[in-house]
Design a binder for this molecule. Sequence first.
Ligand SMILES: Cc1cc2nc3c(=O)[nH]c(=O)nc-3n(C[C@H](O)[C@H](O)[C@H](O)COP(=O)(O)OP(=O)(O)OC[C@H]3O[C@@H](n4cnc5c(N)ncnc54)[C@H](O)[C@@H]3O)c2cc1C
Length: 816
Amino acid sequence: MAELPSTARVVIIGGGAVGVSSLYHLSRAGWTDCVLLERNELTSGSTWHAAGNVPTFSASWSVMNMQRYSAELYRGLGAAVDYPMNYHVTGSVRLAHTSERMQEFERVRGMGRYQGMAIDVLPPDDIRRHYPFIELHDLKGALYDPNDGDIDPAQLTQALAKGARDMGAAIVRFCPVTGVRREGGEWVVETAKGEIRCEYVVNAAGYRAAEVGRMFGRTVPMMVMSHQYILFDEIPELAAWTTESGHKLPLLRDVDVSYYLRQEKNGMNLGPYERNCRAHWASPDDPMPEDFSFQLFPDDLERLEHYLEDAVRRVPLLGTAGLSKVINGPIPYAPDGNPLIGPMPGVPNAFEACVFTFGIAQAGGAGKVLAEWVTEGATEWDMWSCDPRRFTAFAAEPDYCVAKGLEVYGHEYAIHFPRHSWPAGRNRKLSPIHDRIAAMGGQFGAYNGWERANWFAGPGDDVSEDSTQTFRRDGAWLKRIREECHAVRDAAGILDLPGFSRFRVEGNGARQWLSTLITGAVPRPGRIGLAYFADDKGRIVTEMSVMALGEDFFFLITAAVAEWHDFEWLTKHLPEDTEIAIKNVTDAFSCQILTGPKSREILAAVSDADLTLPWLSHQSCQIAGKWLQLVRVSFAGELGWELHSHVGDTADIFAAVWSAGEPHGLKPFGMFALDSLRLEKGYRAWKGDLSTDYTVLQGGLERFVKWDKPAFKGKAALENERQQGSAKRFVTLVVDSPDYDAPYMSTLWKDGAVVGETTSGGFGHRIDRSIALGMLRSELAVPGTGVEVEIFGERYPAVVQPDGPIWDPSNERLRG
Ligand SMILES: Cc1cc2nc3c(=O)[nH]c(=O)nc-3n(C[C@H](O)[C@H](O)[C@H](O)COP(=O)(O)OP(=O)(O)OC[C@H]3O[C@@H](n4cnc5c(N)ncnc54)[C@H](O)[C@@H]3O)c2cc1C
């Protein structure tokens, strides 16, 4: 057994599939001075008992990327590291009971095609071609994914371990990590076998990640579910068929009922994600045992009955088999069901690769992503969906984690509709006027825990969850969003927007320092401007509004969900021995948007502000005796102001503006209307239109680049791109689609070839057209070019618009 070395460049805590894959990928990147510490034997956490399914299917682009990479890696891994293993690429059949499910399949087929995977969508009478034993009742069709399969999780882990060891990495088993401390800019990892010093540490402790996180002072947002599958005895008919056909059945997933059914040797394996599911170790009366290595929970067959009965009706062959074994093991869940891969928030040189619900399917890709984070500080693909910083402090509260974990597990296969807000774990962060907004009909969504009105229902409107279960552009909300947009266009609208992230940056040299971080100019005192932060490759890291209050005094304002991400980007780039101080003051302030042609008259009635100050200016003023910062901007693209005030003053300011506005036709509007309004202006949204998948120039943001600045992050790469030309360009498209708008990552076609992708889409109620923002091959990014947008499998004509906004192209209304 390997001895504990005294130093290493990276220490990984946890020897499941994910930790070992991280070690393998670090070694492949040339970082072989790495050590993995495992408290028991490799795989002893969740990995040993996993069913080993390796799907590539995902409705998330980045998760699909990760799973596709895993499947490709696993195909060649045995030969690459000389460790033969059982990996069966059987394909899979995913059943649809509804037309919305078929639409989801069509969208995923398009994304898969874009990633180089052939995926098929089948009508019901074609399903038996792939799965002869199936009954076809209640089915609308299926998705056939030839890339799906299953792998032996222990063999996978051992193969990765062999590959890593052969390259020089070390694995020390039966070596629990008991603590960590920071000393002289290094980590000292304390274990039962002694201490080890290192530069970087990775928490890959699976369902024990919270325990390990606490050693770093980090509360990991997670909980643990119990997940079961049933193994059945050999089925003679299946054995005969397998011998005759020479292959196994594809994996069957009945996602609308919520289970998978897989051939396991000549028997079957049935694994449901039950609605009546169970959390474990979720309260102080039920603590996680000191050691649970290679252990299982007791069987809980009652929970599985409904799914078993359904599966027997679907595949009657199953009814002929005896039940041989139940596996019920711990499976960790983050509040959105995605894993945590990336920098450990607030902790230097520490990373997370933990809380995986599909850790076998994702281990390969996760190892690649983690190794990139550690060795390069950035990843090839934008991995925000798995970034630990997407959750802030509230999301680590145990009751929130449990509520969300139960919800996500019970709806593991659910379709995510664009207008649907999941109900669990709500009302965590409320605006002081939440009740007033609710009384006005506000239908809320959670934004980094902050409740904001998505839209305002009128009397008799259907506000049920069912009404949102559609991709179609219809429902009560459509009419109301339209009314809200028109109120903003014709009179004025007000939107209460709690939770904008806000950082106070102050001190000698702050202006100069900011100038080296953003691509554009730093605004002068009294002005506000949009700023883009690029990485060294010129890719878009984030966008913030920079409000200059003095020569070296700024407020940086950014999306609610970007709070920890952006704060870390700023603090990470702060020079040593600086006088510049950065403070996160998000919770102290709030914001209301007042916008529309009547907004000046409304403000004039309640404030002493100079309302002739131009667009992109700001000033202090009072409303209802409360001080606020009045900022002349509008994400809706109309005359307007943002009212930034202390949280405690929100109610008085809202009340005053509301009373003054009512005679002018002031209406409340919500986030859905704001999204429609910003699309018409071509304003980008973070982590859709703006991500590290694109450079600042590809994003069409050249007007925010000040080339004559001596230096800024990303400058060299962007200059190079400017000389070479960008491969793709940001475009605004008007789409001729009567019933649907283009979701994120819909493919763009020209003359039968795929030429780009959408980054967001929706309906513009001021222009009465469907709009998509996206990336198109540069030579086609010419106004007037006709392309097609594939939306749920149908192609619709679309036309590239002139650069700049579709609505009010010369910004006259905005500047009015
Ligand atoms: C019944 C069931 C079926 C499943 N089926 C599938 C499937 O088909 N496909 C799929 O993709 N996923 C499946 N999963 C999920 C899968 O098992 C996990 O996502 C995956 O195993 C997670 O791997 P990991 O490396 O992150 O964690 P783990 O395998 O749990 O590894 C973490 C390791 O960290 C070690 N550790 C913890 N604390 C310390 C410490 N202080 N010091 C040192 N070491 C420590 C533990 O001993 C453990 O070995 C299933 C899960 C269950 C319960």
